[in-house]
Ligand binder design. Structure first.
Ligand SMILES: *[C@@H]1O[C@H](CO)[C@@H](O)[C@H](O)[C@H]1NC(C)=O
Ligand SMILES: *[C@@H]1O[C@H](CO)[C@@H](O)[C@H](O)[C@H]1NC(C)=O
Ligand SMILES: *[C@@H]1O[C@H](CO)[C@@H](O)[C@H](O)[C@H]1NC(C)=O
Length: 526
């Protein structure tokens, strides 16, 4: 009798385990929703990405928690606003730029970054935060990796001149002081060297971002430096397919996150995609990304797990990094899960990228920790059509660590409102800013603007601030903001200069001694 019960229990647990679907998360970089065929683009060919929407649901109002990669990815992985995890930028640096810095997602959350206190401690490494296998970049892809542009001159076009001027003026001033007898030649030389060293170091650092940042890891091993961007998508696909085959061989459900560097600049594609699209290099990148997605989807089918896999496609932020403006935070969102989500469905209800963590928890039956607040909500009932309204009433849109807008989806009716308290400082007569619209120099509106984004998605006609609608809705929103702010606990920021600055002592050099000969290629593919 006892044996039978045990057997039954064993059988049940096997069936339950079988039932848990695989999770496949596909993340593009910096791709706006308007780039995709299924979102209305007619110039770029994206049949494979489009097919996810055709086989599942397309989210037309899918929003990220931030308009730059580090905070938005932190939110995607944790299901929490970046202000809760220390991942909200507080100043001009809005991404965790140097892989060898102390900054990274706290171990209590998920991955991002590498070391925390000491060289080699790997405290922020993905394998220390729940993943079993890792192949990819520890930091971000940068313009500098393409050898055509430099990040620094995009932020400050006259940077070299400014640095040399500061250095020159100070040197002349020191020289004059020496001439007038304030100090001796030896003192002058010592001060000159003391002053020149940090200037030269700053120049060297900013002029060699590729040397400092372009590193590719397989698990804990640095396997490539600098990263060969052309062909990287193909290698990602190879690793992804191998991981999937390995996982399906064991029969255990898997979670695979495919996070491509496309469409972040520098955009480099493999030979077979160069010059193939009608849209130049950007289009070539889109087509290569689309091919990669197609290969992974084909891999699911070949492994026989297509029907038991939930696929989610998104981009880490929009095409424009406009803080809380929809161009920066509205992204493609498509979910496919055969037998659960009706093919070809669409919802215009607002959803958050942060909803994915609660969604995974729901479909796998793995409960979320109860010791913290989750901002994402399980969107499964909306995806299946069981409910027709967003699970979110209020959505808070941050630029860095400052709240710039709030979205409000009332419990009835069909409208969504957006209440804007700060606007980006645009270039005169343009809809763009210098570089990526700083959060710190945003314009604070004396009277916040309210838009009906259902009928006015372009936010062109604010609601009359004297109207009853304005008063009623802004009151509700202000109350929600107070509640939201009171739910935030103090947290150590990962964006202090102490955390962000590169730790030169940790800087590896795979085949030589830094900064010479730091050059090697992933042996698995070379
Ligand atoms: C399609 O996307 C490309 C790349 O972002 C863009 O240049 C083009 O204007 C878009 N076309 C349409 C019709 O939206
Ligand atoms: C797949 O399994 C093989 C054999 O165990 C292992 O060497 C390889 O690293 C695994 N690859 C991935 C991507 O998990
Ligand atoms: C290391 O550098 C040497 C000399 O430049 C080169 O011949 C060798 O192939 C490099 N090794 C690797 C693993 O890339």
């Amino acid at each position: 009798m006892i044996l039978r019960v045990l057997l039954l229990v064993a059988l049940i647990s096997v069936t339950l385990a079988r039932k848990a679907p695989n999770i496949l998360i596909l993340v593009a970089d910096d791709m706006g929703y308007g780039d995709l065929g299924c979102y209305g683009n007619t110039t770029v060919r994206t049949p494979n990405m489009d097919s996810i929407a055709a086989d599942g649901i397309k989210l037309t109002q899918h929003l990220t928690a931030a308009s730059t990669c580090t905070p938005s990815r932190a939110a995607l992985l944790t299901g929490r606003y970046p202000v809760r995890t220390g991942m909200a930028p507080q100043g001009i640096m809005r991404v965790n730029l140097w892989p060898y810095s102390r900054s990274g997602l706290p171990e209590s959350e998920w991955h991002m970054g590498l070391h925390r206190d000491n060289d080699g401690d790997n405290k922020h490494h993905p394998l220390n935060q729940g993943f079993n296998y890792f192949y990819g970049l520890i930091g971000t892809n940068l313009d500098d990796f393409g050898h055509e542009y430099r990040v620094i001159t995009m932020i400050r076009p006259h940077w070299y001149g400014q640095l040399i001027s500061v250095w020159g003026v100070t040197t002349i001033a020191l020289w004059c002081l020496m001439k007038f007898g304030y100090f001796r030649v030896t003192t002058f030389l010592a001060l000159f060297l003391l002053w020149t060293a940090p200037i030269y170091f700053t120049y060297f650092l900013m002029d060699n971002m590729e040397l400092f940042c372009s590193v590719l890891y397989r698990n804990y091993d640095l396997v490539e430096q600098p990263i060969r961007l052309a062909g990287l998508s193909q290698r990602f696909v190879h690793e992804g397919l191998e991981f999937m085959r390995n996982a399906t061989d064991t029969g255990e459900p898997f979670l695979l996150v495919m996070s491509w560097v496309h469409m972040h600049v520098a955009i480099k594609t493999a030979k077979q995609f160069q010059g193939k699209s009608p849209l130049g290099r950007y289009g070539d990148g889109m087509e290569e990304l689309d091919w990669s997605v197609g290969e992974i989807m084909k891999g699911l089918k070949d492994a026989g797990v297509e029907d038991n896999t939930l696929v989610y496609f998104t981009s880490d932020n929009g095409g424009k990094s406009h803080g809380a403006v929809d161009g920066g935070i509205r992204v493609p969102g498509m979910v496919k899960w055969p037998g659960h989500i009706r093919p070809g469905s669409v919802t215009d209800e607002p959803t958050f990228q942060m909803d994915v963590v609660p969604l995974i928890s729901h479909v796998t039956g793995v409960a979320l920790p109860t010791d913290r607040k989750y901002d994402g909500k399980n969107m499964m009932p909306l995806l299946t059509g069981e409910i027709t309204q967003s699970p979110h009433e209020f959505m808070f849109h941050y630029c860095g660590n400052k709240l710039h807008a709030v979205r409000y989806r009332p419990g009835s009716g069909s409208r969504t409102w957006k209440y804007v308290t700060h606007e980006p400082q645009l270039l005169p007569g343009k809809s763009t800013c210098r570089f990526i619209c700083s959060c710190t120099n945003a314009v604070t509106l004396t009277t916040p603007k309210l838009y009906d984004v259902t009928s006015d998605p372009g936010e062109t006609s604010p609601i009359d601030a004297q109207s009853e609608t304005y008063t009623d809705i802004s009151e509700l929103i202000q109350k929600a903001v107070i509640d939201h702010k009171s739910s935030l606990d103090p947290v150590e920021s990962q964006f202090s200069w102490f955390k962000l600055l590169p730790q030169i002592r940790w800087q590896p050099c795979c085949n030589g001694s830094f900064p010479f000969n730091c050059d090697c290629q992933d042996p698995k593919f070379s």
